[in-house]
Design a protein around this ligand. Structure first.
Ligand code: PEP
Length: 255
């Protein structure tokens, strides 16, 4: 596999943190620290923060995304936000299938797939999250499970669409827990996902798709994780809220 064929992407997932004013402040603090990055830098922020974050990111190399979108274009879905709405306000990216959406909001592989298709139809780039629970890892079913999650999520997604898909391997047991997968574990599963893409779309697509690792990635472990041949970036939760830590991960992704 040739890593040079892929973009390294470091994306923050702010979860339900920061008001619009705080979002502006954080983006403004991060911007000078990452201005020379040799990788793509994204901040996925709460819906309410998108416009403020975009204003602060204007003229910088930081791109702004959302953390979820609904699958329908419009309709009776009180409290939801459609992909078309995100596109209309200039959001470029959207995280779909994050484990917290699966755990707390009833997200399934099928609804993840519907959201992915709706995001692509609206012209958004998707950061698609897959990953196993701790019990599933202990059962030894991580390879099959992650491959199945990937295949279901990408049902109906064409080879052409794949240029708008980033996959984030996020072992659920490592998210927000301080437990990081070892670099070897991250590499193993990212490679399984890449093999799955090769099966679905052929080798060229598999080699061109960015596959991130996410799960307690921080300034101390990023370099080792990002040094693995199939780990092309990171989806960062907690550490993305601390400008210096996020910038250090971006620096590791720029090497
Ligand atoms: C995440 O929210 O996607 C994530 C990986 O969180 P953390 O980095 O805090 O584990």
């Amino acid at each position: 596999m040739n890593k040079a064929k892929r973009k390294t992407i470091i994306a923050g997932n702010w979860k339900m943190n920061k008001t619009p004013a705080q979002a502006k402040e954080l983006i403004s603090t991060i911007a000078p620290l990452v201005k020379d990055a040799d990788c793509e830098v994204i901040a996925c922020v709460p819906f309410i923060d998108i416009t403020a974050a975009q204003e602060a990111a204007q003229g910088t190399n930081i791109k702004i995304g959302a953390e979820n979108c609904h699958w329908a274009e419009s309709g009776a879905f009180t409290g939801e936000i459609s992909a078309a709405m995100l596109a209309d306000i200039g959001s470029e990216y959207v995280v779909i299938g994050h484990s917290e959406r699966r755990q707390y909001f009833g997200e399934t592989d099928e609804t993840v797939n519907m959201r992915v298709k709706s995001a692509l139809a609206a012209g958004l780039k998707v950061i698609l999250c897959v990953g196993e629970l701790k019990e599933q890892r202990l059962q030894g079913i991580t390879p099959e499970l992650v491959a199945l999650q990937t295949k279901i999520a990408l049902g109906g997604v064409t080879e052409q669409d794949m240029s708008s898909i980033i996959i984030a391997y996020e072992p659920v047991w490592a998210i927000g827990t301080g437990l990081t997968a070892t670099a070897e574990q991250a590499q193993e599963v990212c490679k399984i996902i890449r093999d799955c893409l090769a099966e679905l779309y052929g080798q060229a697509v598999a080699e061109a798709t960015t596959i991130q690792y996410g799960g307690s990635m921080n300034d101390a472990n990023a370099e080792e994780l990002l040094g693995k041949p199939d780990v092309d970036g990171g989806l960062i939760g907690g550490a993305s809220l601390v400008a210096e830590k996020f910038a250090a991960i971006v620096a590791a992704g720029s090497k």
